[in-house]
Design a protein around this ligand. Sequence first.
Ligand code: ADP
Length: 191
Amino acid sequence: MLNIILFGPPGSGKGTQAAKLIEKYGLLHISTGDLLRQEIKDETPLGLEAKNFMNKGLLVPDDVVIGMISARLDAETEAKGVIFDGFPRTIAQAEALDRLLEFKKAPIVLMLALHVNDEALTERLLKRGATSDRADDQNEGIIRRRIEVYKNETSPVANYYDKQSKLVNIHGEGTIDETFALLVKELEEVA
Ligand code: ADP
């Protein structure tokens, strides 16, 4: 199985690139943000709990997200591989993912980390907020908090995979197609 993590701050293009990668490689896309938004839409207890954190730009508690991922992976038996998008976002989540995948004998092969400067991120997210119904994209203060949370709680996860020699850094400030080409180049080496 080709299990990879697409990593990077909010607005770095993970969702956009994941959609292109699954089309090219026939992988399964698992985005915790999308799963959580679906839970909110369905008004499940998990969704109701998550919403309070998401609308403030804070992370949803680890146990909630890990439980959700575990259930999602259990339901999956056929996939050629998974692109994880927006997960893991903390060291505790990374450790939990490693354990879950060890059980399936299908470890993470690669972490592809997108790099985009803060100003470009804020600009991209405000633009997305103008045309979507995502509350967390519509307020500059909340966007800045998400970027801060990324720096403090999420960026150490890159180090965690670097220690396993799985981290590859990708320049993410070019066009969608330019970034995609950089990702494909890295994937061709492991696929
Ligand atoms: P973005 O990367 O643009 O912030 P996401 O859709 O990945 O968008 O995440 C939106 C929000 O969902 C996050 O700000 C956070 O509140 C919550 N979330 C998503 N994934 C996780 C996760 N793995 N752990 C904790 N919270 C998460």
